[in-house]
Ligand binder design. Sequence first.
Ligand SMILES: [Zn+2]
Length: 174
Amino acid sequence: MEIPNDNSSFAEINDYISLLFYHRNQNLLETLLRNPFGEYSIKKLEEKGWKILIEGIQDFEGKVDFGNKIIRVSESLCPYKRDKAISHEILHAFYGKRFNDKNFGLEGLKNNIIVEWTGRRIRASPSLLATIWKTFSITPRIYDRASFLATQKLESSQLLFPSFNQTYNFTLMD
Ligand SMILES: [Zn+2]
């Protein structure tokens, strides 16, 4: 089976990850099971002084600057892609070198898709998305049900129209 990439659908990525689980051939998955990413991970990054900057960068969607503890995400992305990129890069920041997907060999491609699979599930979690927005001062944006529910967890949620509940009755994963 061909290794999916960042543009693959969530269903394709999920099929591939199921195979990795079945064959137990990827250490990263074991790492994720033993030490899952959660609210605590976000707090930990904040305590360590990490920042997320939305910047006018062209050549990449997201990137981790380990030296300066900065996650850089391109400001040209639509809100869904912005949050998807943040959720992917925040995993690199949290797990460090173990989650390296910068080499172009088979391992790098596999690692990338494990990070992407995990990142999309973080992005689709209203509580984690809200905590990321709040902790790193990311402007909340509503574009699906998960992001709508995330705004409900923020203090300013009363500013939103109740009818949004009806409109955003779907969760983006692709
Ligand atoms: Zn990556």
